[in-house]
Structure formats: structure tokens, C-alpha cells
Write a protein that binds this ligand. Structure first.
Ligand code: ADP
Length: 272
């Protein structure tokens, strides 16, 4: 009788083990198809700018070089293509680091108001090209937060670049800061641009996901900007929210930890 019970237990164990292995194999299969899809996406992303650069260089070598004006124009376009490649590779590098957990975050106290103003300065020209006004309102100045400054600069930059890219001509991009909880603030980046249809919203943060592929490529997007934003904020244990009305505009907001012992100073003017 003992032996039979033991055999039954053993057979149960074997079955459990086999089921465990089956699940492991399934997980590996999913990961493998994910990896294959990623590789496919990468080569697809790189192909377009590479072929562009190749085309201009070949045309130059075939004789277009002799015309000074054409030479200048083609070299500029080739340089633009190379610049795009550099951006894509940089974004790929970042997403890989984030997904493999190879990115070490600093925890430093810095003034988020100053950081946003710096990003505004850097993007002024880009906004001016579409006559988009950049508006920043905050009742707080300075406002010390605790995070990795360089990475948060990237988050703010990606969100602002998107609001300009997908913002309408003569439109407005607005950044505001509000209190979120005792320990957190929330930064909102909103535009009155094209907006996003509801069904796309849950997928926006997937790498390479775009609502309008040709539109995004034309604007020089890699499709990785929001995936990087989400990963960076998750690594900080912070959250991101999106609200959007198609045809009206979008708002992306994210939380940040206040630096300890920092009383939020209110400058009643409300505008910095
Ligand atoms: P991309 O390089 O294509 O801009 P992102 O990951 O930054 O990649 O964004 C993914 C997609 O989300 C974009 O292609 C665009 O369709 C949509 N999107 C992002 N930000 C906005 C915005 N402010 N307004 C409208 N659509 C947006």
C-alpha cells in the first residue's frame, strides 16, 4: 500500500515538473518571438535612412557632384540621414540598457523648474519653426525634486518634442506643475495638436508603436521616445498618465518625488 502511495506521489511530482518545464518553454518561446520582432523592427528602422544616405552619395558619385548647388543640397540631405541614424542608434542603446536593467539611476536633488526652462531653451527653435508657443506655468520656484537629473531631462525632452511634432501649427504647448500628494508633484505637458484616438492610447508606450507611421517618420521619430519615457519613469518608481481628445490635443503627465525637507515655496504670481 505504501509503495502505491509513493508511486502516486512520484507521478504527481513528475507531472508537476513536466508542467513547469512546459511553462518555461512557452515563456522562452514568447521571449524569442519578442526578440525576433525587435530585431526585425530595428533593421526596418535603420533601412530607410540608410537607403536615403546611400542614394544621395551614389548620385553624387555618378556626376551630381559637379554641380555646386546640387552637391551642397545632397550632402545636407545625406547628413540629415546620418543624423537620424545616430538618433535611432542612441535610442536603441537606451532602450536596451533599460530593458536589461543595465542602467544605474542617480538619486540627486535638483530644481525641476530650472530643468524645464533649460529644455524650453533647447527646443525654442524647433517650436518656432511651427510657430508653437511654449508656455510654462508654475507657482513654485525653485522646486527641488529627487531623481536622476539627466534621465528626467530626457523624459521632459521626449514629451516636449512630441508635443511640438504632433502639435498643430501656431499652437501652444504648455507645461505646468502641481502638487500630487504630500511627497510627490505632478508635471503636465499638454498640447492642442492632433490628439490620439482612444484605441491607440494603451499601446503608445510600446516600442516602435506609432499611430501614423509615415507621419512619425517624416518628423524624424524612432518610435522609441515614449517607450523610453515609460521605462525611465518606472525605473524611478514614478507614474505616467495620458489623456487625449482626438482632434483637440493631448496631455502627458508624470510624477516626481519632492526632495526631502523641501518646503514647497509658493510664489503667488503663478507664472515663472
Ligand atoms: P515617435 O518617434 O513616433 O514620436 P514615440 O514613442 O515618441 O515615437 O510616440 C509614439 C506615438 O505616439 C507617435 O508616433 C504618435 O503617433 C503618438 N504621440 C506621441 N505623443 C503625441 C502627442 N503629443 N500628440 C499626438 N500623438 C502623439
Amino acid at each position: 500500500d505504501h509503495v502505491t502511495t509513493d508511486m502516486a506521489t512520484l507521478s504527481q511530482e513528475v507531472q508537476k515538473f513536466a508542467e513547469g518545464k512546459k511553462l518555461e518553454i512557452e515563456a522562452l518561446k514568447v521571449r524569442d518571438s519578442y526578440r525576433k520582432e525587435f530585431m526585425g523592427n530595428i533593421s526596418h528602422e535603420l533601412k530607410t535612412p540608410l537607403f536615403t544616405v546611400q542614394g544621395y552619395i551614389e548620385t553624387l558619385l555618378d556626376g551630381a557632384m559637379n554641380d555646386k548647388k546640387v552637391r551642397q543640397q545632397y550632402l545636407e540631405r545625406a547628413a540629415k540621414g546620418v543624423e537620424r541614424l545616430v538618433y535611432i542608434v542612441r535610442d536603441l542603446d537606451m532602450i536596451t540598457k533599460l530593458e536589461t536593467g543595465d542602467l544605474r539611476l542617480k538619486q540627486e536633488a535638483f530644481d525641476i523648474v530650472e530643468l524645464i526652462q533649460n529644455v524650453f531653451d533647447l527646443l525654442e527653435m524647433k517650436a518656432a519653426k511651427k510657430n508653437i508657443s511654449l508656455v510654462f506655468e508654475t507657482p513654485y520656484a525653485p522646486l527641488m525634486v529627487k531623481a536622476d537629473k539627466e534621465r528626467i531631462q530626457q523624459v521632459v525632452t521626449n514629451l516636449l518634442v512630441n508635443s511640438i511634432k504632433y502639435g498643430k501649427k501656431d499652437g501652444t504647448t504648455e507645461v505646468s506643475i502641481q502638487e500630487h500628494s504630500k511627497k510627490k508633484i505632478i508635471i503636465k505637458v499638454s498640447d492642442n495638436g492632433e490628439g490620439i484616438q482612444k484605441e491607440h492610447i494603451p499601446r503608445l508606450f510600446e516600442r516602435f508603436y506609432r499611430v501614423d507611421k509615415s507621419g512619425s517618420r517624416k518628423e524624424g521619430g524612432s518610435g522609441l521616445g515614449l517607450a523610453i519615457v515609460k521605462h525611465l519613469l518606472e525605473a524611478h518608481k514614478e507614474r505616467i498618465f495620458v489623456t487625449s481628445t482626438f482632434g483637440m490635443g493631448s496631455e502627458f503627465s508624470f510624477t516626481l518625488k519632492k526632495a526631502k525637507k523641501t518646503a514647497v515655496v509658493t510664489d503667488k504670481s503663478g507664472v515663472v
